[in-house]
Ligand binder design. Structure first.
Ligand code: TMP
Length: 209
């Protein structure tokens, strides 16, 4: 048969509770579900992780179209090698960021062409079944970035105006696809956010909470 698994994606702006921590909690439910595969973008396959270094590590930026193409190149590798096979095997794939990040960061944030984005999105062979959009206010995002004190990647250095556009982009995506996207208030404590996410997933798929 065809694809039997489910693809659940997590989208975040900057300053969200790190979604991998949330994914780990979701993993705890893996015992009750079918097999769960946790993965991330950019990355999630050897070639895609190599491209992640190219995208995030470089000191110089790329033109918005170049940057969008690099993210879709990494995504093509990820879908071909990791997500597609997992879904065909019946696994539930929990993915930290997916193409909504490209729409928010490259289209809304960097000004890449929206029509080009739509074409590229159409070439991706899978669609998220459910997308949890973690929404963080500007005030909380700034406070968390400061508290974290880790080395900033290239996107971190783009400044507040950029991150406000990204956050607005995610809100618009969530509003335009209400059947797929759930907006989660991620200003709250990590434990509260994680348990709400588990509840949303369990309710959607009729699993015991
Ligand atoms: P993260 O691993 O901390 O989420 O970092 C990945 C960075 O890459 C983050 O700043 C968002 C950015 N990004 C894009 O700009 N476009 C994309 O399509 C994806 C997947 C990530």
């Amino acid at each position: 048969g065809g694809v039997t698994g489910r693809l659940i994606t997590f989208e975040v702006g900057e300053g969200a509770v790190k979604s991998t921590q949330l994914l780990r909690r979701a993993d705890a439910l893996g015992a009750r579900w079918v097999a769960v595969v946790s993965t991330r973008e950019p990355g999630g396959a050897p070639g895609a992780e190599f491209l992640r270094g190219v995208i995030l590590g470089g000191e110089h930026g790329f033109a918005p179209l170049t940057e969008m193409l690099l993210h879709f190149a990494a995504r093509a590798e990820h879908v071909e090698r990791t997500i597609g096979p997992a879904l065909r095997a019946g696994s539930w794939v929990l993915c930290d960021r997916f193409y909504d990040s490209t729409e928010a960061y490259q289209v809304h944030g960097q000004g890449a062409d929206a029509a080009a984005f739509s074409v590229l999105k159409g070439l991706v062979g899978v669609r998220p079944d459910l997308t949890l959009v973690l929404d963080v206010s500007e005030r909380v995002a700034a406070a968390r970035e400061k508290a974290r004190g880790r080395a900033p990647d290239r996107y971190d250095r783009l400044g507040l105006g950029f991150h406000a556009r990204v956050a607005e982009g995610f809100r618009r995506i969530a509003a335009s696809e209400p059947a797929r996207c759930v907006l989660v208030d991620a200003d709250r404590d990590e434990v509260v956010v994680a348990s709400e996410i588990l509840q949303i997933v369990c309710e959607r798929y009729d699993l015991p909470v």
